[in-house]
Design a binder for this molecule. Structure first.
Ligand SMILES: C[S@@+](CC[C@H](N)C(=O)[O-])C[C@H]1O[C@@H](n2cnc3c(N)ncnc32)[C@H](O)[C@@H]1O
Length: 280
């Protein structure tokens, strides 16, 4: 793991995504209830998206505190959640216990999945791939562990959102007064990045670049959904715009989808993309 990645992982460990939505002590029953209620109240499209999936084995890459893992897990026989940060894996383990979902969580890297080929019906990864060093490698790994005809649903921050435009205008207006790259500026949207002085990698995707990223999959579909948003430094009313996936029929479908939320700060909207592996 390179130094930048170690730092980002430390940030996610100290500020697991979404924990700003709950005021109760971490891992308490009330904490998990608050996390679920608040997240899905803010993003009602999210449950509609997740309710469309069911099956045998589910893998979530970058499960964070495990809110989606436990929700999706209601309709799967077995779930596995992985996260680069130990705190995320531990909180997510508590989430599946709390919601009585069968499965396990562990610390692992989405770019080197510790699983055999073809073992999962669905791989879900929301608000994660735009942060990892090499999203193409992560998607190759996801494709490898999917069974033939399996599906992937990913949520990516959307480039053409009101939120991204808002951040860009602020950046341009203040660029002359600061010595800060765009990458560092927009990374402040992530929970904890301002306090910790850590700027995780953060990319924005257009429909076209998301499709390119999912080039190894077929039947890729994309949809934009709105998320509440605020920048790291200042709350904003500008909503993020995200893409939400919708299943097609038949085997090996692709969807595109959703939005990355961040704890209290899903930056730009995200797009989720669901797809079936090509040529399997
Ligand atoms: C913005 S959070 C999203 C968490 C969760 N999916 C959610 O929607 O609440 C990003 C998460 O991805 C994890 N992450 C980043 N890169 C990763 C990688 N290469 N492998 C596994 N997890 C990763 C981080 O530790 C963090 O928990």
């Amino acid at each position: 793991m390179n130094a930048a990645r170690r730092k980002a992982s430390a940030l996610w460990g100290r500020h697991p995504a979404g924990t700003g939505l709950a005021s109760s002590p971490w891992r308490s029953p009330r904490f998990y209830q608050e996390m679920r209620t608040t997240r899905y109240r803010q993003q009602p499209w999210h449950t509609r998206l997740l309710d469309g999936y069911r099956g045998g084995r589910l893998l979530e890459v970058g499960c964070g505190a495990g809110t989606d893992l436990a929700y999706l897990g209601r309709h799967f026989q077995h779930v596995v959640g992985i996260d680069l940060a130990e705190t995320g894996a531990r909180l997510a383990g508590g989430a599946i216990d709390h919601w009585q979902v069968k499965g396990a969580t562990l610390v692992a890297d989405g770019e080197a999945l510790p699983f055999a080929d073809g073992g999962f019906d669905l791989v879900y990864s929301f608000g994660v791939l735009h942060h990892t060093d090499d999203p193409a490698t992560a998607l190759r790994e996801i494709r490898r562990v999917l069974r033939p005809g399996g599906r992937v649903v990913v949520g990516l921050y959307h480039r053409w959102s009101l939120f991204a435009a808002h951040v860009l205008v602020r950046y341009l207006l203040t660029a002359g007064f600061r010595n800060e790259s765009w990458d560092d500026f927009i990374a402040r949207c992530e929970q904890g990045s301002v306090e910790e002085g850590i700027r995780p990698r953060l990319r924005l995707y257009s429909r076209r670049s998301a499709r390119r990223l999912l080039g190894e999959f077929h039947e890729v579909r994309a949809r934009v959904s709105a998320s509440p948003a605020r920048t790291g430094a200042s709350p904003t009313a500008a909503p993020g715009v995200a893409r939400a996936a919708r299943p097609t029929t038949g085997p090996g479908r692709a969807w595109s989808a959703g939005s990355g939320d961040g704890p209290r700060s899903p930056p730009a909207g995200s797009r989720q993309t669901a797809a079936g592996p090509r040529g399997r």
